[in-house]
Write a new protein. Structure first.
Length: 338
């Protein structure tokens, strides 16, 4: 499983403190065109952790609460968006099996209630093993099955389902109280993905719902496999049950990406909407190991089948980015839209 202090493929000088201040996220890579309109400081912050801001859950040292965070939308119908928070080193079911917390929020950002989903909690009926790191990535899927409740995808990036650390994701169809109604595992054993996910790919470290690319009424899901050679991102075409109908693998020299994407392509993914006005949503993908670990981001203009029509690299002195990046900055480790 590697050292506890290793993230994104690069060992750090010392372990991270994982108690996350979820409401105080730094926006370090805002486009230069918007820089003057953004505040230069955090105007208000609220830390959510054990015993703080109404959170009543039990967190242990090195649980990694906050490793992945996703806005779900309004799960319980009270008009306030709720959160999914990955704790991928939680020990429910064994060391580093992982968990996800569903946080039902008040309008002031405090926690009204919480529901844990793990091998031992939340109605989860699948098999999670020690070391799987359930909660490595989380993505809201909207209401997949049409029951009026938002559903969730969760990564287990160290799962050995198809081979050593090949990774997997779980599609969780949720109840309004945050418990699991049903679950489905997607891995290299899934028929539509056979041959696309090698050993040690770490499939599931990053997840992002892209919206409906192909017009069938169901969102597509982009999943990073950043340890697959130089890295890869797979676009999964889902049905309303969460099953994969087909998939497109994007990597150097594949699916229209005629460029060298360097190292760790797929560490971060963000849906961008339809940038170029062609009616198809586009996305950005991070490759945090590029250029002596300075990192880079690729903007991918997509076709409706998930292949790449055009691309733009954003890095130091490239793509209009004027910021200074140093070795080991890991630019592109995680991405989000404003």
């Amino acid at each position: 499983m590697g050292p506890l202090h290793s993230i994104s493929g690069r060992p750090l000088a010392r372990p991270l403190a994982w108690r996350a201040a979820l409401m105080a996220t730094a926006l370090a890579a805002a486009p230069a065109t918007h820089a003057q309109s953004l505040p230069s400081v955090v105007l208000e912050q609220l830390e959510i952790s054990e015993g703080l801001a109404g959170f009543g859950g039990d967190l242990d040292p090195i649980d990694a609460f906050g490793y992945a965070v996703e806005t779900l939308g309004d799960l319980d119908g009270d008009g306030v968006p709720d959160l999914a928070v990955g704790t991928n080193l939680d020990d429910d079911g064994g060391n580093f099996t992982g968990a996800v917390w569903i946080l039902f929020l008040n309008p002031d950002g405090t926690v009204k209630a919480e529901q844990k989903i793990s091998a031992l909690a939340g109605g989860f009926g699948g098999t999670l093993l020690p070391g799987d790191r359930f909660g490595s990535g989380v993505a809201s899927l909207g209401d997949l099955d049409g029951d009026g409740v938002i559903d969730l995808a969760v990564g287990t990036s160290f799962a050995d389902t198809f081979g050593f650390s090949s990774g997997a994701i779980w599609i969780l169809l949720l109840n309004a109280d945050g418990t699991v109604k049903s679950e489905l595992e997607i891995s290299g054993n899934t028929p539509a993905l056979v041959g696309l996910i090698p050993f040690n790919a770490r499939f599931g470290r990053s997840l992002e719902a892209l919206g409906d690319l192909n017009g069938d009424g169901v969102t597509e899901l982009a999943v990073g496999a950043w340890k697959d050679a130089g890295g890869a991102t797979l676009v999964l075409f889902l049905d309303s049950a969460g099953s994969v109908q087909s998939a497109t693998k994007i990597a150097a020299g594949q699916s229209g990406l005629d460029a060298d994407v360097a190292v760790n392509f797929g560490t971060g993914i963000a849906a961008l909407g339809d940038l170029d006005g062609d009616g198809v949503r586009d996305m950005a993908v991070g490759a945090n190991g590029a250029d002596d670990w300075r990192g880079e981001v690729w903007v991918l203009f997509l076709n409706s089948d998930g292949t790449v029509k055009q691309h733009q690299r954003i890095a130091q002195d490239s793509g209009g980015f004027g910021g200074a990046l140093d070795p080991d900055d890991l630019f592109g480790t995680s991405l989000g839209t404003l």
